[in-house]
Design a protein around this ligand. Structure first.
Ligand code: 5GP
Ligand code: ZN
Length: 114
């Protein structure tokens, strides 16, 4: 997608603080962090939201979670704990329509979400 901000980050057309990348996913620090660690994990291929996922994407989604766990360990928040959130659509609070996991931690999360 030529006009997608996150596709541009994957393609290095927009700068981001990238913390991890492989052939399937890219992870970078959120520009407006809500906690000491706030990292976005996105598929390199444009997928608009959870609503556009296909059955073939199941391994990709599993990979995104394992990358999230690995980055949590890298950030040293895997023992203290963290949240992984996927906002979907308008009521879900999604503002960038290239699917992403938010990995958030480094402080105690407020509860409840929603
Ligand atoms: P959403 O609201 O769609 O779940 O999350 C989008 C996230 O992308 C927000 O937390 C927002 O701060 C972040 N974001 C928006 N634009 C940029 C950008 O240009 N660079 C980075 N690194 N993060 C961005
Ligand atoms: Zn995209």
């Amino acid at each position: 997608m030529t006009d997608c901000l996150f596709c541009k980050i994957v393609n290095d057309e927009v700068k981001a603080s990238i913390v991890y990348r492989d052939e399937q996913v890219t992870a970078f620090r959120d520009i407006h962090p809500v906690a000491p660690t706030h990292i976005l994990i996105i598929p390199n291929r444009h997928i608009e939201s959870v609503n556009q996922l296909q059955v073939e994407d199941e391994p990709l989604i599993g990979h995104m979670f394992l990358v999230g766990r690995q980055i949590a360990a890298q950030e040293n928040i895997h023992q203290s704990g963290y949240r992984i959130i996927v906002n979907t659509g308008s009521h879900g609070g999604q503002t960038v329509f290239h699917m992403h996991l938010h990995l958030i931690g480094g402080q105690r999360m407020r509860h409840p979400i929603g």
